[in-house]
Design a protein around this ligand. Sequence first.
Ligand code: BG6
Length: 474
Amino acid sequence: MALRKDFLWGGATAANQCEGGYKEGGRGLANVDVAPHGEDRFPVLAGKMKMFECDEKHYYPAHEAIDMYHNYKEDIKLFAEMGFKCYRLSIAWTRIFPTGEETTPNEEGLKFYEDLFDECLKYGIEPLVTICHFDVPMYLVEKYGAWRDRKLVDLYVKYCEAIFTRYKDKVKYWLTFNEINMILHLPFIGAGLYIEEGKNEEQIKYQAAHHQLVASALVTKLAREINPEFKIGCMLAAGNTYANTCNPLDVWKSMEKDRENYFFIDVQSRGEYPSYAIKELERNGINIVMEEDDKSILKDNTVDFISFSYYSSRLTSADPKVESQTEGNVFATLKNQYLDASEWGWQIDPLGLRITMNSLYDRYQKPLFIVENGLGAVDTPNESGYVSDDYRIDYLRAHIKAMIDAVELDGVDLLGYTPWGCIDLVSASTGEMKKRYGFIYVDKDNAGNGTLKRSKKKSFDWYKKVIESNGKNL
Ligand code: BG6
């Protein structure tokens, strides 16, 4: 079995990391807008430092980002030149409902995405839309404490109704929440949660997660009512956790670590809280307040496919003396002696992608979609502005090869592959521009200087050939 003939090759971005235009078109302020670049970013993302408005002292990279708000036609044209069949993007909630509480959607916001989708469709590019990629209207953060309040469920459903109705003939693939497991690690960016000192953090996070899970199921139902052709996916920050040794204590620890993440997808895909989570929540004294219908809502409205990001595998040990940590997507992990790492310490493990795909497919038996993968690296253009990013090509080649093995040799059903940051954009974790993932270079630095000019990197022509040959020419 080879890759499907209609395999969705493409690339992925998120509104807050590429659009900019944060005050244009009637857009309201979102949590992502108040996350600065620099040393205060992490405490803000983690919900430990209150930054509910922007000040003069900080630089906020989401405000302009790479200004795709004004450049999307040029950018989509370049995607089309690479042969994209699919473009994953997110809608900024605050373009549609600036505070989240308006009764009618903002027409200018709706029109912006309508034009953008038309631009994609003009080239035969299928939009894959993330409904919520780390954004919550700041108004709702301040008024309700964001997703900790059940009220957010209704407001999110209202937002989805507006976009499902408006784009029902233009968009087929939807993801309800980007990296839904992010809420456990960076709760402000994952769910707009600011956690006051002395509060029961786990209680707040799991209650908010419950609200997101119910909201996800409710809009899955709504989506099918509005257009039965819609395909709804969940989205996990994936990457299997290996055990540091064959000591059963390490193996058990790695299983527990994976379950922290699987929990969300277990609910979204199988429709109920898994037994291990019920027990663990009980043991930790976490009491999730549910409404009467919640269980049946979750049960009756499971997702059609499982999407995920994969940058790296993870490693854990039950032995507290083993502490050689390195960075990774969403959270730090132990160093794996068998793997090299990126300049940001994210370990490079192509076979880990095949392992992760098999674990997810074994567990859920639903089609998978790789909606993020890639290498964040420093690119140095030569005198004529050209970036020879062979390191990126090497990373992607090895991962695509592993992905094809999972399909051809293991029979995993895979819908598509949209590597992250197909055009350079702002890094979610660090707020930097210099951590680049793109096939297209954007002239801008960490401090916001640059012409924003786009240029093709070496990987641009390479990826074009990969798509043309449906993954044969690597
Ligand atoms: C994922 C996110 O966590 O990883 C993206 O969905 C993010 O928004 C990507 O940009 C890469 O992470 P970073 O921190 O290198 O931008």
